[in-house]
Design a protein around this ligand. Structure first.
Ligand code: DGJ
Length: 730
């Protein structure tokens, strides 16, 4: 990695091992983008620019010193709105006079070792300064006094560039930031497919791939969270890019609130990508001297196709975003009571489940929703974090004492940001939720969303949750969030700051998460939002795993886990074996296949283990032992997607290869029986010259054979059949 400034030509060159990112100060201070792609040695690419003449319909920049230099047709490094560039833009401020035409010019720059922390925001981090390099370019919009620092950072070992923007008001009047995207990249062609991950509750991160078209396409959320509907991830890939070949550019945001990613192909066939906080419902008042920091965007380039891009993201998220004790320690294999009991449980019932689980090797019992207040269904008590002694007489310690006798740990569900309308908390503080005075409050699961933009609300939740966590031996917290924001306003902010609430809300959530995770460093925090409704790099900074989806059906999970893996590593995906027929889809599935699919994740069970058959209990034992054995390869290895469940109607497959290539773990699942189907598969990522022994047949193959000729799984496979095959170096 390196960052270099060519002072003669005013060119910045940011290099990772396999990628280069180049920009240039040009024509009276306009900062122009030159190149992003495979590593190149040269930096002087000014010859690539051509001044496109389109006189009156793309007026030329007022102070560029030459005619025909139109910002509208030139690649920009951080485009502004209203001063000549008509494409989607990254930045604008509204001045006191009401005008918002903005024009940023280069002022200075600094290159230094290390990476700054973003105050109050999650971001990629490094342990030592020698592991990263940062470039900060200071720009100024002279008229408004908006000083903008564009930050670029590279981290040793990754083909990734991290970007964010800091805005400072250097004038003596307040102004409003109308939009402040975190990244903006201009490409000089339009020959790409767009990959994005859309979905809904219980069907998150469906992969879609389509050629980009003239005009604007936006992937975004306005729900107050990153959402089930659109994940904060987009990629531009060559039309012919495959899993292993072709250029792939991935963009994701370390942010859990409203986001926007826009892709515009302009009429001269150039493409712009911008990503950041969604400017809709956003406006931030910046008083003289004040600063605003945008979330961080992560950009990955790979010449090794979509798989190469994904593996870069996986490693970066695992190693430089996830934190805490459980970053490197194997997470306990758990039994969660939600699908086993829903709200119908008491101490006795939970102990029965734990007594069945402990001898099978399961290490932790998680008590899900329904343990507090008077909550026996969805209608009450969220916010009243007091143990319901009708269900749990004697409190949590009765349960934890019993669990410790069984050698098991204990975990607990919370929904810290939510309040039930029917709760003591809501009755005593009706103004503590997000609302607009005088407007009826929308109802989501009989709840409102707490106003996390208010410090006293965050303090209250911190104290309430902490006192439960201190009251018993608790090793895990499942932090759920089951409602999107509506009627967004805060009783604590003046009129001209109401459009700050969405972002202040997210900052409040991060503050709470930071305080709880640092106060209780031994607790494993799992994120959740009705499954994977807030599954993003912002959350992974606090929670090293997230409940991937409320859909636990093995076929559906093949898609959800596959789609998620386009950007996110297996280590962050919680996956549980649940009952058959499945509670979401009613599909029947063998115990074996449910276990095989859940093994590709942070593993656990979510069914009543006290009523399963002895044969199934033996299978649980075997699955638990196998998971422990395969954990390191699955969680820390390289993930190769082999057969895509979205486009192959017959089966799907994926593989993990250990870092030293001494072990590979292949999983396949047959999703539809076809008569006379052939089930051959080629592995990937192996050492061609290593001899591997396959675990089921004992047959040995060289790596090159497995990758080129593949293996034959026969043709007698049926709907729902699956297997995990392990290939160990002989
Ligand atoms: C939604 C979660 O995704 C489920 O796993 C469960 O915790 C419920 N909430 C409880 O209300």
């Amino acid at each position: 990695m390196n960052i270099n400034y060519n002072s003669e030509r005013q060119i910045f060159k940011i290099d990772t091992e396999n990628s280069s990112y180049i920009m240039m100060v040009r024509r009276n201070g306009y900062l122009q983008h030159l190149y992003y792609g495979a590593y190149i040695k040269d930096d002087d690419l000014e010859y690539l620019f051509s001044d496109v003449i389109n006189e009156s319909f793309s007026p030329w920049a007022p102070s560029a010193g030459v005619k025909f230099f139109a910002l509208d047709t030139q690649p920009q490094e951080y485009s502004c709105n209203g001063a000549g560039d008509y494409r989607v833009s990254a930045f604008s401020v509204e001045m006191e006079c009401g005008n918002s035409a903005t024009a940023l010019k280069y002022v200075s720059h600094e290159i230094f070792d290390g990476k700054k922390r973003l105050s109050g925001l999650p971001a990629v981090y490094v342990e030592e300064d020698s592991m990263a390099k940062t470039l900060e370019i200071t720009m100024l919009d002279e008229l408004s006094g908006a000083q903008v620092v564009l930050s670029y950072c590279v981290v040793d070992g990754f083909d990734a560039v991290m970007r964010y923007t800091r805005v400072k008001n250097t004038s003596n009047k307040a102004f409003f930031i109308e939009k402040v995207y975190s990244t903006c990249v201009d490409f000089d062609d339009k020959d790409y497919d767009l990959i994005h991950l859309y979905g809904t509750w219980a069907a998150e991160r469906t992969m879609e791939r389509k050629p980009i078209i003239q005009g604007i396409q936006e992937i975004a959320s306005k729900r107050g969270s990153s959402s089930h509907n659109h994940n904060p991830f987009v990629a531009l890939v060559d039309h012919n890019a495959t899993e292993e070949h072709g250029n792939a550019y991935g963009f994701t945001l370390c942010y859990s609130g409203n986001f926007s990613a826009k892709i515009e192909v302009d009429t001269i066939d150039q493409t712009r990508v911008i990503m950041g906080i969604n400017p809709e419902d956003f406006k931030w008042k910046l008083c003289p001297g004040e600063e605003f920091t945008s979330p961080e965007a992560i950009m990955v380039y790979s010449a090794d196709g979509i798989g190469g891009m994904s593996r870069q993201f996986h490693k970066l998220i695992r190693k430089n975003i996830c934190r805490g004790k459980y970053k490197n320690v194997r997470r306990p294999i758990l039994i969660n009571n939600w699908e086993a009991t829903y709200f119908e449980f008491n101490t006795e019932k939970l102990i029965k489940i734990a007594e069945a689980a402990a001898p099978l090797g399961i290490e932790m019992l998680v008590m899900d929703d329904g343990w507090f207040g008077t909550r026996n269904d969805e209608t009450t008590s969220i916010g009243d974090w007091i143990v319901n002694e009708n269900k749990l007489p004697g409190g949590l310690s009765v349960l934890t004492d019993k669990l410790s006798q069984l050698g098991m740990k204990f975990g607990l569900w919370f929904e810290p940001e939510i309040v039930s309308f029917n709760s003591e908390l809501y009755r005593s503080h009706p103004d503590w939720c997000i609302h607009v005075p005088g407007r009826d409050r929308s109802v989501g699961r009989e709840t409102a969303v707490l106003d996390m933009s208010r410090k006293e609300v965050v303090d209250h939740v911190f104290n309430a949750v902490s006192s439960v966590l201190r009251s018993a031996d608790i090793s895990y917290v499942k932090w759920d969030f089951n409602r999107n924001l509506t009627e967004v306003g805060s009783a604590a902010l003046p009129a001209d700051r109401q459009k700050e609430v969405f972002h202040r809300y997210v900052l409040g959530v991060y503050d709470l998460a930071e305080r709880l995770t640092s106060t209780f460093p031994d607790i494993l925090f799992e994120g959740c939002s009705g499954g994977g409704g807030r599954f993003d790099c912002g959350m992974f900074y606090y929670f090293p795993q997230i409940w991937t989806s409320d859909d636990t059906d093995a076929f559906e999970r093949c898609k959800i886990q596959y789609g998620s893996s386009i950007c996110y590593p297996t280590s962050v995906m919680s996956a549980h074996v649940s009952a058959s027929p499945n509670h979401q889809t009613a599909r029947k599935m063998s115990f074996e296949t449910r276990g095989n699919v859940a093994t590709s994740g942070s593993f656990g069970y979510e069914l009543d283990l006290s009523i399963i058959s002895n044969e199934e209990k033996e299978m649980v034992k075997a699955q638990v032992e196998r998971y422990k054995d395969l954990y390191d390869t699955i969680v820390n290895g390289d993930n190769y997607r082999l057969i895509d469940p979205f486009t192959n109607s017959r089966w799907c497959a994926w593989e993990y290869v250990s870092e030293d290539k001494s072990r590979a773990v292949l999983t396949y699942v047959v999703t539809k029986y076809k008569i006379k189907g052939r089930y051959h598969i080629k592995l990937a990522g192996l050492d061609p010259n290593t001899l591997y022994k396959e675990s089921v047949t004992g047959r040995c193959y060289y790596g090159d054979t497995l990758m080129n000729a593949g293996i034959n799984l026969g043709n007698d496979l049926h709907d729902g059949d699956s297997a995990i095959l392990v290939f160990d170096k002989v």
